[in-house]
Design a binder for this molecule. Structure first.
Ligand SMILES: C[S@@+](CC[C@H](N)C(=O)[O-])C[C@H]1O[C@@H](n2cnc3c(N)ncnc32)[C@H](O)[C@@H]1O
Length: 318
């Protein structure tokens, strides 16, 4: 049982928006990069990253109290394991930028009376259309999607693969997931299918992967296995079922479907998806789903589950 006062529990929740914003600011200033060589006085840091020294000190002191950076002696900061994640180059800095930037502003518009995406209300456009008009944020989004990709590849890697199968990664972003899967499974070939504005390096995809531009509400390429990695949680039930139906219409009857998304557990235990669900609601009117909701959605899309586990749902055509 927690020994903390209930007011302390509430305080840590109430000031959460400040934490999110503080992390975004230091990520954007690349403070973790500037501390790579060791501890530095905050005045020196502020000069290099072009920040106000007093404000930077207060941001870093607050973050250090939450375990990101360390104030080694008064006014002198160094990196720790958590802050070093921001300069590892695997998407966490961009994730912090988005979370504490355009996403946090949209969260401020979340309204319990509505399921309409707060993002659209604030910015006047759906998330993907808005990103298409803001190439820097689109590039940050594509880099941010790298974050956590090892877990997704490990789950895909554990699936039984057949020689020479063609894997279509629907909404596959810059293709990093498929590149790593095909590195581990040399018998496979792949197609990354995504919107034309997706930032990618097609030369880096290699000769076994092709990038195909398109809209998954209209068509998807023919393949043996369809992967939907963190796609369906972006959409409400109606549009998620429409994506599944597009795949079903393109697929042969023996095609397999692999959905990499959370299965929200019942009860009060912490689970990242319980909060990610609110971000999906804010940005897209999307949602995280529990097992019963996944069964209903798959059936509406023309599929039936073979197995439903948190992080990987395997299904076949009905
Ligand atoms: C949350 S990201 C997931 C990216 C990737 N699957 C991953 O796991 O990192 C959602 C992807 O869906 C793509 N997307 C959104 N609307 C689309 C559409 N109508 N047709 C095809 N792709 C779309 C986005 O461009 C984006 O790359």
């Amino acid at each position: 049982m927690s020994t903390r006062a209930p007011e302390s529990e509430l305080w840590d929740i109430l000031r959460g928006g400040l934490t999110t914003r503080a992390l975004a600011l230091v990520a954007d200033l690349r403070v973790a990069d500037a501390l790579e060589a060791g501890p530095r006085p905050v005045e020196d840091l502020a000069r290099e990253v072009d920040a106000d020294p007093d404000t930077l000190h207060r941001l870093l002191r607050a973050l250090a109290s939450d375990g990101v950076f360390v104030e080694e002696e008064p006014g002198v900061f160094r990196n720790n394991e958590a802050s070093e994640v921001l300069h590892r180059g695997d998407g966490w800095d961009d994730f912090a930028h988005l979370f504490g930037g355009i996403w946090l502003r949209a969260v401020g518009e979340l309204d319990a009376a509505s399921r309409e995406p707060a993002f659209k209300r604030l910015y006047g456009a759906e998330f993907w259309a808005w990103l298409a008009e803001h190439p820097d944020e689109r590039a940050a989004f594509d880099r941010a999607m790298l974050q956590g990709w090892e877990g997704r590849v490990d789950r895909l890697g554990a699936v039984d693969w057949l020689e020479e199968e063609v894997v279509v990664d629907v909404g596959g972003g810059n293709g990093s997931l498929l590149v790593e899967l095909l590195r581990r499974q040399p018998g496979l070939r792949g197609i990354v299918f995504d919107l034309p504005e997706t930032n990618r390096d097609e030369a880096a995809l290699g000769d076994r992967i092709e990038f195909v531009e398109g809209d998954f509400f209209e068509r998807v390429p023919l393949g043996d296995v369809y992967v939907l990695a963190t796609i369906l949680h972006d959409w409400d039930d109606e549009r998620a079922a429409a994506i599944l139906r597009t795949i079903r219409a393109a697929a042969r009857s023996d095609a397999r479907l692999l959905v990499l998304d959370s299965v929200v557990p019942p009860g009060n235990e912490p689970h990242g998806a319980k909060w990610l669900d609110l971000l999906m609601l804010t940005l897209f009117g999307g949602r995280e789903r529990d097992e019963a909701q996944w069964r209903v959605l798959l059936a509406a899309g023309g599929f039936e589950p073979v197995s439903i586990r948190d992080g990987l749902i395997e299904a076949r055509c009905r």
